[in-house]
Design a protein around this ligand. Structure first.
Ligand code: FMN
Length: 170
């Protein structure tokens, strides 16, 4: 079957309409914290409990996460757009000015989030220009009363009624 190709710009425009939450995926190697903002986080399996995220093959943070063998998905709250922007920059001290702690895996758990999901890194697949990284969930916490940061068409927002930066008007 001779099916058409799609233009990257159109792919971005249309897929950007898939609204999601935002995570910062973190790990710690030899006492040094690393992290990157990821929209591509998802729940994958209940039994066993698995989640996944997709770092670009060009990510400079991901090789450290792989070597650490663990990661935490920090699900950002509506007032953490600045945190998302900070962890989306390559290089520099992304953790400066951000409070965090370590619990089960050693991966940094950022303060003020909606949830923390700690994982053992168990699988990695190369898919196109990204990797699909699978983690076995070993510990997780949801924080009461926190509302999530959303990402839609290249902008941050919040649920209607939530106090998020750039929240669309009702
Ligand atoms: C809202 C948002 C979502 C992002 N989601 C992803 C993602 O799912 N996968 C990815 O590789 N990069 C994603 N990025 C870009 C990375 O955060 C960024 O390229 C990375 O932190 C660069 O740093 P590194 O070179 O240290 O990996 C996202 C950026 C933003 C602003």
């Amino acid at each position: 079957m001779d099916l058409p190709d799609v233009e990257p710009a159109r792919f971005r425009d249309v897929l950007g309409r898939f609204c999601s939450g935002i995570t910062v995926v973190t790990a710690s190697l030899d006492g040094r914290p690393t992290g990157m903002t990821c929209q591509s986080f998802m729940s994958l399996s209940l039994d066993p409990p698995l989640v996944a995220f997709a770092p670009a093959v060009t990510s400079t943070s991901y090789p450290t996460i792989r070597e650490a063998g663990h990661f935490a998905a920090n699900v950002l709250a509506a007032d953490q757009a600045e945190v998302a922007t900070k962890f989306a920059r390559s290089g520099g001290d992304k953790f400066a000015g951000t409070r965090w702690r370590q619990e089960v895996t050693g991966a940094p758990l950022l303060d003020g989030t909606v949830a923390h999901i700690e994982c053992e890194l168990v699988e990695e697949y190369r898919i196109g220009d990204h990797l699909l990284v699978v983690g076995r969930v070993v510990a997780l916490t949801g924080h009461q009363d926190a509302t999530p940061l959303l990402f839609f068409r290249g902008s941050f927002g919040a649920l209607s009624g939530g106090a998020g930066p750039g929240a669309p008007e009702r």
